[in-house]
Design a protein around this ligand. Structure first.
Ligand code: BGC
Length: 361
């Protein structure tokens, strides 16, 4: 095991080095001039599939296409806010010309933004808005209140045949400002229309923790749960595992999700998960890359981008908000497949072939 851990550490170091070098032979990493710049991408965790499978590669590719001798300094905090603080410090010490920060803890990240500002390094708040801070130059994300509304509306649709339905709510991490918006959006639709018997905020967005929460709720309610609001696909997977372990059989009560991650889409196709929310990560990651390169090169915000504002508790931050889309079995084809987010053959592996056929895929 010891050897295994050393091997893992070596692999991580090798990956970080490769990423920091970015394959750019001519890069000097100099902070002057309009060319070679260092762009730090700081992502929050890796249990949720999107970050390593979509955000990171799409961002890195776009930076490369916009600025062939720019370097991306990549780090992932694995849900540890203190680790993210150190990673941001390391990026600044390393001469980063811009920070693109997806904060583990929106409030704690104010210190990162402040420090960057002191060093005149611009900050792009990526996907999650850094709270109560000056020094945030721009924010790019989705309309997160709308995400919660779409989840709530779909859940009501899935519960349409149930009189006085009882649901359980499994929200996201209490330190993620987005989670509060998803939750508020969902409540704005669900309150007064369903009985919310149990509700949890899930530390670290942990799927295992979500499974424990769902298990507790099912036990307390004697399995009498008509639907589950789960804030993303990871927590939905946890809730569904708990339902299966509690002996609940298909047809499953409707469960919501978010991210259109591959496992989530497959559960939607096979009827285990009622819906997910598709957020097109390509325009988000590529937009962030455009903002970052422009800011790093001292050109300010690109014209035509970030024309709206979001208040972070201290100031109005120029913002670019993209539109989320609800996905059920009926529109998998017209959304994630049509958009190239997941090719049909990746969704419809042998195990899902029949379900895919039935869903018209
Ligand atoms: C993101 C979601 C993601 C969640 C867990 C949120 O801030 O917007 O897409 O599922 O964090 O990482």
């Amino acid at each position: 095991m010891r050897f295994g851990r050393i091997a893992t550490v070596l692999a991580v170091v090798a990956a970080m080095t490769a990423s920091a070098c970015g394959g750019s032979s001519s890069s000097s990493g100099s902070s002057s001039g309009g060319g070679a710049k260092k762009i730090a991408l700081l992502l929050p965790e890796s249990k949720t599939a999107r970050y390593e499978s979509k955000d990171r590669p799409l961002f890195e590719a776009k930076v490369k296409s916009l600025c062939s001798d720019c370097q991306v300094l990549y780090s992932n905090a694995n849900q540890d806010a203190a680790a993210q603080q150190s990673q941001a410090d390391a990026a600044l010490t390393n001469g980063a010309n811009v920070l693109v920060l997806d904060a583990v803890d929106g409030k704690a990240a104010a210190a990162i933004a402040q420090k960057a500002k002191q060093q005149k390094v611009p900050v792009v708040s990526y996907d999650r808005l850094i709270q109560n801070a000056n020094g945030v130059d721009v924010y790019i994300s989705f309309d997160n209140h709308k995400v919660g509304q779409l989840q709530g509306q779909a859940l009501l649709q899935g519960l349409a045949s149930k009189p006085d339905p009882t649901i359980v709510m499994i929200n996201g991490s209490p330190t993620d400002a987005n989670a509060a918006q998803f939750k508020a959006g969902a409540h704005s639709v669900l309150d007064g229309k369903v009985k919310i018997a149990k509700e949890y905020d899930t530390p670290d967005w942990s799927p295992d923790q979500a499974q424990n929460e769902a298990q507790q709720a099912l036990t307390a309610l004697g399995n009498k749960v008509d639907g589950v609001y789960a804030a993303n696909d990871g927590t939905a997977g946890g809730a569904i595992a708990a339902m299966k372990a509690a002996g609940i059989k298909a047809p499953f009560p409707p469960v919501t999700g978010q991210d259109a991650e591959l496992a989530g889409i497959q559960r939607v196709v096979v009827g285990e998960q009622y819906m997910t929310v598709y957020k097109a990560i390509k325009p988000e990651a590529e937009g962030a890359a455009e903002l970052a390169v422009s800011l790093a090169q001292g050109k300010g915000l690109p014209s035509g981008m970030a024309k709206s504002k979001q208040n972070n508790g201290t100031t109005d931050v120029p913002s670019e908000l993209l539109t989320p889309v609800a996905v059920t079995k009926q529109n998998v084809n017209d959304t994630v497949v049509k958009d190239g987010f997941w090719p049909k053959d990746q969704i419809c592996t042998a195990q899902y072939a029949d379900a895919c056929k039935a869903a018209g895929l």
